[in-house]
Design a protein around this ligand. Structure first.
Ligand SMILES: Nc1ncnc2c1ncn2[C@@H]1O[C@H](COP(=O)(O)OP(=O)(O)OP(=O)(O)O)[C@@H](O)[C@H]1O
Ligand SMILES: [Mg+2]
Length: 147
């Protein structure tokens, strides 16, 4: 049987860097309905930021037509105060998910990235699931139970 949820939302927005902040604000506003602590809300904000940034930077990279690629964010709040947030892109995908999740692993050669995004998500959430297919895209699901 599926767990009872108290609220759910789907957000489809262009994968542009300006929308990283907007996605955080919208998701945090919704999670606030469960009266999280400031620390819990901060954790969710950080983890979501990393997932959204990855989709924009790595999933879609330098698009030829910026704004046409979309980010799909789904949030479900459950009655037991657990929540699930998924961030999906239809970008280039990850060849080796296990390696990508290792601390300090990055495919970025500009020096701007430290390879710590997945580690941050793991540190701030109870569980992180990643499914990806090269050429098809990536879905990252964050799970957390609030106190
Ligand atoms: N949505 C995605 N699509 C394609 N590749 C991804 C995606 N998310 C992550 N990756 C790959 O996984 C690697 C590790 O991601 P992670 O977020 O841990 O580090 P980073 O983004 O390289 O650096 P940082 O997050 O510290 O700025 C990335 O370098 C990239 O190769
Ligand atoms: Mg990252």
């Amino acid at each position: 049987m599926r767990r009872a949820y108290v609220n759910t939302m789907k957000l489809v927005i262009p994968a542009i860097s300006e929308n990283e902040r907007m996605a955080r604000s919208i998701v945090c506003a919704m999670v606030s309905c469960l009266n999280p602590t400031m620390a819990e809300l901060g954790d969710i904000r950080c983890a979501l930021s990393e997932a959204v940034t990855n989709a924009i930077v790595h999933g879609y990279g330098s698009p030829e037509k910026p704004g046409e690629e979309l980010l799909y964010i789904a949030v479900t709040l459950y009655a037991d105060r657990s929540l699930k947030i998924s961030v999906r892109d239809h970008g280039r995908g990850i060849a080796d998910v296990e390696a990508a999740r290792e601390p300090l692993f990055t495919t970025d050669h500009s020096g701007d990235r430290s390879g710590m995004g997945f580690s941050v998500m793991e540190a701030f959430c109870d569980r992180v699931e990643v499914s990806s297919e090269v050429g098809a895209g990536t879905k990252v699901t964050l799970y957390k139970t609030l106190s």
